[in-house]
Ligand binder design. Structure first.
Ligand code: SAM
Length: 284
């Protein structure tokens, strides 16, 4: 059984009367080396793995060989007989047919993996990349790391530096929770069918301690939201536009106090700068 062989996969799907669904982001990996490389990024053999979207089970099988236990979450019930056939031999694999977007990951990990170290590993369907990652990061304390293949453009945003086009609210939200490592890129030709984008594998190492500790994290993210909601405006104008009680001069004084020009734009500040500004300016 070669789950990354194009002819084998097409015949397998045909035998089960299944066709690939574009609407479900079904671009399956057709390169065994890439599958091995992604699976090996999770960590050591004591880890338990949650895989989102097993497809025909190519990566699931590899993960099962390397780690203690794998639970794969698949939304497409047409894949039930396929996965029964391809993963039947692995005692340490469980497949759950549910929409990953509807799962409460904290409760899920408590129930399925109590006391275990958990890594999420996935070749994510492109149509839910950012929402599913934000959902996972909301429960980030449940995971040691998140290894995902995503569109290159999204990976670039997650890893962006201040004062670049890719830098934004999502960069700061992700970097607050995790140290993000770009591992390698995978070209479209390595998938069945080829997607229209290049993919990048990233590893998000979940932080045990937040990198900054403002008095109110919520206020810091309100500031960040305000700054990037009006990207072309100066930071002081963007903050003023939220209807705060501060005068423009008071906002500019605060910005100057943390070491920036009064006319700086929000995209020039890093997370630690927002943390410091947040302790001076409280948004409503
Ligand atoms: N892991 C396989 C591989 O690498 O070849 C398949 C990856 S394919 C890009 C994405 C998979 O996610 C598909 O099997 C698709 O049906 C599944 N999927 C799509 N939306 C999902 C959702 N909301 N919840 C769980 N799985 C989903």
């Amino acid at each position: 059984m070669n789950l990354t062989d194009r002819a084998y996969v097409r015949q397998l799907l045909e035998r089960h009367g299944m066709t690939l669904k574009k609407s479900r982001g079904q671009n399956f990996l057709a390169n065994h080396t890439v599958v091995e490389e992604i699976a090996s990024l999770c960590g050591d053999e004591e880890l338990c793995i949650i895989e989102i979207g097993p497809g025909v089970g190519a990566m699931t099988a590899e993960l099962a060989k390397l780690y203690k236990k794998v639970i794969a979450i698949e939304v497409d019930r047409d894949l039930i007989p396929v996965l029964e056939e391809t993963l039947g031999e692995y005692d340490n694999v469980e497949v759950i047919f549910e929409d990953a977007m509807k799962i409460d990951f904290r409760a899920f990990v408590d129930e399925k993996f109590p006391g275990e170290r958990v890594c999420v590993c996935a070749n994510l369907p492109y149509y839910i990349t950012s929402p599913v990652i934000m959902k996972l990061l909301d429960a980030s304390d449940c995971f040691e790391s998140i290894v995902v293949m995503i569109q290159k453009e999204v990976a670039d945003r997650f890893c962006a530096e201040p004062d670049t086009d890719d830098y934004g609210k999502i960069t700061l939200a992700v970097q607050y929770k995790a140290a993000v490592e770009k591992c390698f890129s995978v070209s479209a030709g390595n998938f069945i069918p080829p997607p229209k984008v290049t993919s990048t594998v990233i590893k998000m190492n979940i932080r045990k301690e937040p990198p900054v500790k403002p008095v109110s994290v919520e206020n810091m993210f309100k500031l960040i939201g305000a700054a990037f909601a009006q990207r072309r405006k100066t930071l002081s104008n963007a903050i003023k536009a939220t209807g705060v009680n501060y005068t423009k001069e008071e906002i500019e004084d605060a910005i100057e106090h943390i070491g920036f020009d009064r006319n700086v734009r929000g995209e020039c500040l890093g997370l630690s700068d927002y943390a410091r500004l947040s302790d001076i300016l409280i948004l409503k």
